[in-house]
Design a protein around this ligand. Structure first.
Ligand SMILES: [Zn+2]
Length: 130
């Protein structure tokens, strides 16, 4: 496990650390930057002193996180394949029903504003009928 200069070895939850790392923040304190500029890696956190270089124990954590992300990706791919099969089955059973595809929104749609965005995407490029 990576050490913190003059600090505790107790770190944040793995998902918290991952989220901080993905947003270019120190996985330990969430304040210091991991990269400066475009892609210049910082060796230690300027805020808490965490050494960013991986040690032997860190590779096991990285392996578990990688495995988790790959499982998540595999599950998403299975959902996409199942949705495609459902869509294909529906369009073959009901060829008279028009089907439109809309790019997914980043979050759930649960209000009128979200439905308006979907409506805008459905009607994009179409001229309104009188
Ligand atoms: Zn830090």
């Amino acid at each position: 496990m990576a050490g913190v200069a003059g600090g505790s070895r107790q770190g944040p939850h793995a998902l918290t650390a991952l989220g901080r790392g993905l947003t270019n923040r120190c996985p330990h304190c969430g304040i210091g930057k991991i990269y400066t500029g475009w892609a210049t890696e910082v060796k230690t956190c300027p805020h808490c002193g965490l050494v960013y270089e991986p040690t032997e124990g860190d590779t096991a954590v990285v392996d578990r996180i990688t495995a988790g992300l790959l499982r998540l990706h595999a599950e998403r791919m299975q959902v996409i394949a199942r949705e495609q099969r459902t869509r294909d089955r529906f369009t073959s059973l009901h060829p008279e029903v028009a089907v439109a595809e809309v790019a997914a929104l980043p979050g759930d749609v649960h209000d009128l504003a979200g439905l308006r965005v979907i409506g805008d995407r459905l009607t994009a490029g179409r001229t309104p009928s009188a």
